[in-house]
Design a protein around this ligand. Structure first.
Ligand SMILES: NC(=O)c1ccc[n+]([C@@H]2O[C@H](COP(=O)([O-])OP(=O)(O)OC[C@H]3O[C@@H](n4cnc5c(N)ncnc54)[C@H](O)[C@@H]3O)[C@@H](O)[C@H]2O)c1
Ligand SMILES: [Zn+2]
Length: 405
């Protein structure tokens, strides 16, 4: 038996934020990040709509990018005091993911972070509150997914919490919120969405329900992302839908080792002053993982189907896979994303000498590879890597060398 779960309602299109007016409840806790929702007036609008609906509103603000376990615990305490019956998370993946984890802790104050991370092991939520997610970036699709990514900075590891219990009740996909994204964010979140769709399509958990969503998302992202990056607002609006379709696919089909590697490298060098931003990590690793997975015949066929929907040409699946890899690398170039960790600058742009020193990378490699294999996304990858293969793959991602194993 398989399960396909999405939010009960997805309000989409310009002005969809107004849906908040129709919510029924007593107290709404709005959760936001560092200030973009405030700065661009969306927080005021949301508050006004909720008040119009007769609700008392309180705010948790300042949720940092790549939110920490501590932020989650602190937010849950505020929720326990205010006792909201609606949690309204607005912003990028970070504040929405943090709010999802706060929600778990609010519903079950005794639960530990470790317990939360047991894959598909959460107790039933919605005893205290329902959850609405309003995305302002076009990538994570956390507004429709069963995932939340929280970072344990003491370990330098990102942990996915995965359970349909945290699939939001309502998603609001209003493109106006995403129009204010700076270019770099468009690039990173857009390639995150592309990775979601590609990984979902080749995942061992793909099915008839997820495949059309993944393929159509890929088609849209190919047509829209670079133009959106270069300032086309209609394409930017379209990307907001495309990333959401990709999210619907991967929330139900799961992901693969591109994400395992991104989760385990993202914060691993934070002591050197930067993160490898999630979307950029995916963009760099995706072509390498395609080359690795394509040794599996079924996966190679499916990459062929992706190349076909992208109209890349190619006479057979080997050629199609090679063209797909080439095209994705071209997208990285067009979006000013480096091709490998060695050239990943602290500002995320390509640099001759990236911020992760070779020596440090090699020292930490065995541990990172071990963690990546243990990541929740590895199980559904079409080819299961050994520890040695994962190390070799990560090396290719560091040096930008060909994957020939
Ligand atoms: N839950 C999931 O299914 C899932 C999937 C993929 C990634 N993630 C996680 O999501 C996080 C990344 O989320 P993200 O890429 O959305 O970025 P983010 O939420 O970390 O935001 C990045 C920055 O962009 C700013 N910002 C957000 N929206 C803006 C807008 N419209 N205009 C201007 N600035 C804006 C924020 O203030 C912040 O400074 C990572 O922790 C990643 O691991 C989660
Ligand atoms: Zn992602």
């Amino acid at each position: 038996m398989a399960r396909f779960t999405l939010p009960r309602d997805i309000y989409h299109g310009r002005g969809a934020l107004e849906a908040l007016k129709s919510f029924e409840g007593k107290r709404a806790m709005i959760c936001i990040g560092g200030g973009s929702m405030k700065r661009f007036g969306f927080l005021d609008k949301a508050e006004a709509y909720l008040k119009e609906a007769g609700m008392e509103v309180e705010l948790i603000e300042g949720i940092e990018p790549d939110p920490s376990v501590e932020t989650v615990m602190k937010g849950a305490e505020a929720m326990l005091k205010f006792e909201p019956d609606w949690i309204i998370a607005m912003g990028g993946g970070s504040p929405i993911d943090a709010a999802k984890a706060m929600w778990i802790k609010y519903e079950y104050p005794d639960i530990t972070f470790e317990d939360m991370c047991k894959v598909f092991g959460l107790p039933q939520l919605r005893k205290k509150a329902r959850f609405c997610a309003i995305s302002s970036t076009s990538g994570t699709a956390t507004e429709v997914t069963a995932f939340s990514i929280i970072t344990d900075y003491s370990k330098g590891i990102k942990y996915p919490i995965a359970d349909f219990e945290i699939t939001p009740d309502v998603a609001i996909v209003d493109p106006e919120l995403a129009e204010t994204m700076p270019k770099k964010l468009v690039a990173h979140t857009g390639m995150d969405a592309m990775t979601h769709a590609v990984e979902a399509f080749v995942s061992t958990a793909n099915c008839d329900y997820t495949n059309p969503l993944a393929l159509y998302a890929i088609k849209m992202i190919k047509s829209d992302l670079i133009a959106s990056y270069n300032g086309d607002i209609a394409k930017r609006d379209s990307m907001h839908n495309a990333q959401c379709l990709a999210g619907m696919a991967f929330s139900n089909a799961l992901l693969g080792i591109v994400h395992s590697m991104a989760h385990k490298t993202g914060a691993a060098f934070a002591d050197y002053g930067a993160h490898i931003i999630h979307g950029a990590a995916n963009a760099m690793y995706l072509p390498k993982v395609i080359a690795f997975n394509a040794k599996d015949e079924t996966a190679k066929k499916r990459y062929g189907i992706i190349a076909d929907i992208m109209e890349l040409g190619g006479a057979n699946d080997d050629e199609k896979t090679a063209l797909l890899i080439k095209y994705l690398r071209g997208m990285n170039d067009a979006l000013n994303i480096p091709q490998c960790i060695r050239h990943y600058g602290a500002d995320s742009y390509p640099a001759e000498n990236g911020f992760v020193p070779e020596k440090v990378f090699l020292e930490r490699l065995p541990e990172i590879a071990k963690n990546a294999i243990g990541d929740a996304c590895t199980g559904s990858n079409p080819r299961q890597p050994s520890a040695e293969e994962m190390e070799a793959l990560l090396k290719c991602c560091y040096y930008d060398t060909d994957v020939d194993f």
